[in-house]
Structure formats: structure tokens, C-alpha cells
Design a protein around this ligand. Structure first.
Ligand SMILES: [Fe+2]
Length: 477
């Protein structure tokens, strides 16, 4: 099956009764999705076809399949013609649909971020996640950004900063062809969001008109010193659109439906109108747990007079979601590509929520004032992992606990700086805070959610090194 596709398959957008099966080829084709109960697919049925894979979308496509049965395991194959898959080529990979919304079923998932392949051996972490899946079971995986490093001219397969749409597609092809990555994604249903390197390092808009983008001065200097071409020193808006087209083709297309999608023009290009409240944020549920996956990048403005990370439309969606799920779901996960609670006394990039202190304070106030309970922030990006616990002042003088679990990187240089410059965050609403652990080294996180007889949840965060060994654990009940 892998031979038919250039990249994929990826099992995206999974829920209790539907799935988005994704693949990319290098020529015009149509994806055919086959499902069956037998692992050799001897009883396969054609469950759906993609739209024709065309050059405009880099020959990437998705087969949306609906009317599946909850909590059912389906073996699957993605082929390019209508010949049923050959049982002799089995066993075929599988996915298991989620339990009905609200059902308190125990589950586990992996998470992490940042994959910069630099040697043929890179990506051991993905093999370790897959081994964990086989041995202990994982229901899905979260990929929290920097799924490519488009700007890393030393290790992006291009030997220059990605500039054109073809460049961005090639960086995906380079990194996502790593066997361990591809093998994991074939077996582990995925939810992805982008961080900065899907476009460029620490990039932002200069103001809310979103007509001009910028990268930090030190990146310009680095590229100048490395004798990169002048084109690589800048980030024109057309390159942001190009990068997000490639994001859409590889990550967005198979995601669950966006809360409020970004507007596009007739050519399908993101337009970034100032009045557009849309973003790449989305939500999903697994039984009794609700997830909000933030878009911390496409709305981000860092200008002389303006500074925002989420933008108005996404703020409204987030607040509404928090208010709605608070009583309905016993466990909530807020997924942010960059760290929310982690603060540093030296922070030149100011690229995380610490660089947007008013917005972070606004979030913490909202959580405290509305007594949002059992909320866990999941994050990546720092290239060092941690578990951080804070108590917020509740409206009646009580405490509202809040956790931040960070797992990163899958495969990247370590950030020796982060643990050495960590400091407690300064907030009116934070009563006390405790760093439970900090870890340096390639890693992935596993979250286990278990319900007792009374339906009360226990959430366990286990950090694993790139060989799969458990190195840290935090249990919250
Ligand atoms: Fe990263």
C-alpha cells in the first residue's frame, strides 16, 4: 500500500462514526478507501473515494468516510484503483472509532512536537511511540507543531529556506518520508496543529491588517552570514499563503472541521482579511474528554501598538467552548503549540504566551472566574519537557488547579536555556505554582485518562525518552 502513495496514509479527523483517510501521490489519481473487519481485508468493501488528486493541491487528498459504528476496529487500505486490496499483502493497518460523546471510557494518547530530521537515524522517537502503541495501546496521537522545519536550510532537504509552494511540499516529502514517522502515522490516528516552522522561524504579522509578515532580525542576520540569497531574508505575504497552502494539503485537509475556517479566495488561497474572524482552531471529543486545538500562529500580531496571539474570533470560540464543556465533560484539554504557563527570565524571542502577558492574564482570569475545572494544557515547542502545576484563585476564595504538560522535541536540538532560565509566572490570579519536573532529551508524552466507579477521572502524564523508557510521571486525581 505504501508503494502506491508518496506520503501517507494518515488516519485523520477520527471520531465516533467518521474518519478522514489522507494520502498524497506524485501524479493525478483518485484515492480509494477500503474497509474490512478481517486484518487481511479479504472482506473489504469500497468505503469511499477522494476527489481527483490534482496538481493544485500537490496531489494530496482525503477520503471522508461516515456512518461508521462507534468503538469498532476497521482494517483499511488506500489504493489508487478499484481493485480490492490483495489479502496476501496483509495484515493491513487499522483504526478504532471513538466511543459515543460523553461515555466515560478509559483511554490513552501520545503527544509531542518538533521533528527536525538531521541524520538517517532521526525519528527513533516515532518507533518508540509505535512500540508503546503495540504494547500498551494508544487511541490517537497529537502532533503539536513544527511537523516540518521549512526554514532550516541545513536540514530541510532543500539546502535553502523554503520559498515556493513546491519547496514547502518538498520539505514535507523529505521529513515525512522517514520510515518511522510514516509507519507510526499509518497506525496511529493523528490530530495535528501547526507551529512557526511550518511557515518560518518565530514569524508574525506586523499589524492586524495582516498584510505584512516578519521574521526576527537574528534570522535575517544568520541567513545573511550563511550567504543565503536575499529572498531568504524576508517573509512576503505570498510566502505565508504558500506555506499555509502546503499546511492545508498535509495537515489541515484531514483535520476535524475547523471551528470557524479562514476565508479563501476563488483560487483557494487564504486571504487574511482584517475582518476575517476565522482561524485554524478546531475541537474534538473522545468519550468524556473534550479537546480545543488552538491556532496560535495565523492570527498572531506583534507590532508597535498591537499584540495578539489568538485574535478576536478565536477568543470568542475558545470562551464559548470553555463555558460549554466545563459542566458537560469531566476532563478538558487545551492544546497550544506554544507554552502557556512556562515563563523565563531571559526570553529574547518572546514567542510563547509569556511574550503576550496581557492575553495570558486574560485567559487565566477567565479560567478562574468561570471555575473551569479539570483543564489540562498540552504543549510543545520549547525543546525541553515539563509538568507544571498552578492553583488559581477561585471566585469564592477556593483554588482552581491547572496543569501544563509539555512534551518536546520528538527529534531536535535540546534547549539547555529553557530549564536554566525558568521562573515562576507573575500573575494576579495565580495563588501558587510548582514545577514538578523538567526534562532535556528527545521525548514523547503519553496521557492516560482513567475513570473510577463513580466516574471521577485520573489523568496521568508519563514522559518517555526516545527509546520508549518512562523517565517522568505525574498523576492527577
Ligand atoms: Fe520546534
Amino acid at each position: 500500500m505504501l508503494g502506491d502513495l508518496l506520503l501517507g496514509p494518515i488516519v485523520g479527523g477520527l471520531d465516533e462514526d467518521s474518519v478522514h483517510l489522507w494520502g498524497r501521490t506524485d501524479h493525478p489519481a483518485t484515492l480509494h478507501a477500503w474497509l474490512g473487519e478481517n486484518e487481511d481485508l479479504s472482506n473489504a468493501r469500497l468505503a469511499g473515494k477522494s476527489l481527483p488528486l490534482a496538481a493544485e493541491n500537490g496531489f494530496a487528498g482525503v477520503v471522508p468516510i461516515t456512518d461508521l459504528t462507534p468503538q469498532t476496529t476497521y482494517h483499511y487500505a488506500l489504493t489508487l484503483d478499484d481493485d480490492p486490496p490483495n489479502p496476501e499483502n496483509g495484515p493491513y493497518p487499522s483504526f478504532t472509532t471513538f466511543p459515543p460523546c460523553g461515555e466515560r471510557k478509559n483511554f490513552s494518547f501520545s503527544f509531542g512536537s518538533c521533528f527536525l530530521p538531521s541524520t538517517p537515524e532521526s525519528g527513533k522517537t516515532f518507533a518508540a511511540i509505535d512500540a508503546h502503541r503495540v504494547e500498551h495501546g494508544l487511541d490517537f496521537g497529537l502532533f503539536l507543531g513544527d511537523q516540518i522545519y521549512a526554514d532550516n536550510f541545513a536540514n530541510n532537504g532543500l539546502e535553502r529556506v523554503a520559498l515556493t509552494l513546491e519547496d514547502y511540499r518538498d520539505v514535507y516529502t523529505y521529513g515525512w518520508s522517514y520510515k518511522s514517522f510514516r509507519n507510526l502515522l499509518m497506525h496511529l490516528p493523528a490530530f495535528m496543529t501547526l507551529d512557526d516552522h511550518e511557515v518560518d522561524d518565530d514569524w508574525t504579522w506586523t499589524d492586524s491588517t495582516r498584510t505584512e509578515a516578519k521574521i526576527p532580525i537574528w534570522d535575517k542576520f544568520k541567513r545573511w552570514r550563511a550567504r543565503r540569497s536575499p529572498q531568504e531574508w524576508h517573509l512576503p505575504t505570498s510566502r505565508v499563503q504558500t506555506a499555509l497552502q502546503a499546511y492545508w494539503e498535509h495537515q489541515g485537509m484531514h483535520a476535524p472541521h475547523f471551528e470557524l475556517p479562514l476565508q479563501i479566495d476563488e483560487e483557494g488561497t487564504y486571504t487574511f482579511q482584517e475582518s476575517d474572524p476565522g482561524s485554524l482552531a478546531y475541537t474534538f471529543e473522545y468519550g468524556a474528554a473534550a479537546f480545543f486545538v488552538l491556532d496560535t500562529r495565523t492570527m498572531r500580531v506583534k507590532g508597535k501598538n498591537e499584540r495578539t496571539m489568538l485574535g478576536k474570533g478565536q477568543w470568542a470560540a475558545l470562551k464559548e467552548w470553555l463555558s460549554t464543556v466545563n459542566d458537560q465533560y469531566p476532563v478538558k484539554f487545551l492544546v497550544s503549540s506554544c507554552a502557556v504557563l512556562f515563563d523565563m527570565w531571559v526570553d529574547i524571542a518572546r514567542d510563547r504566551w509569556a511574550g503576550f502577558p496581557e492575553e495570558r492574564e486574560h485567559l487565566l482570569h477567565f479560567l478562574a472566574a468561570n471555575e473551569i475545572e479539570n483543564l489540562f494544557i498540552l504543549t510543545g515547542d520549547l525543546h525541553s519537557a515539563h509538568a507544571l502545576h498552578v492553583n488559581l484563585y477561585g471566585p469564592m476564595g477556593g483554588s482552581i488547579p491547572l496543569w501544563e504538560f509539555c512534551s518536546t522535541p520528538f527529534n531536535q536540538n535540546q534547549n539547555w536555556f529553557a530549564p536554566r532560565t525558568y521562573r515562576k509566572l507573575n500573575s494576579d490570579v495565580v495563588k501558587d505554582q510548582h514545577m514538578r519536573f523538567l526534562y532535556l532529551g528527545n521525548n514523547f508524552g503519553v496521557i492516560d485518562v482513567d475513570f473510577d466507579e463513580d466516574g471521577e477521572p485520573t489523568v496521568t502524564f508519563t514522559l518517555h525518552d526516545e527509546d520508549g523508557a518512562a523517565v517522568e510521571r505525574e498523576i492527577v486525581d
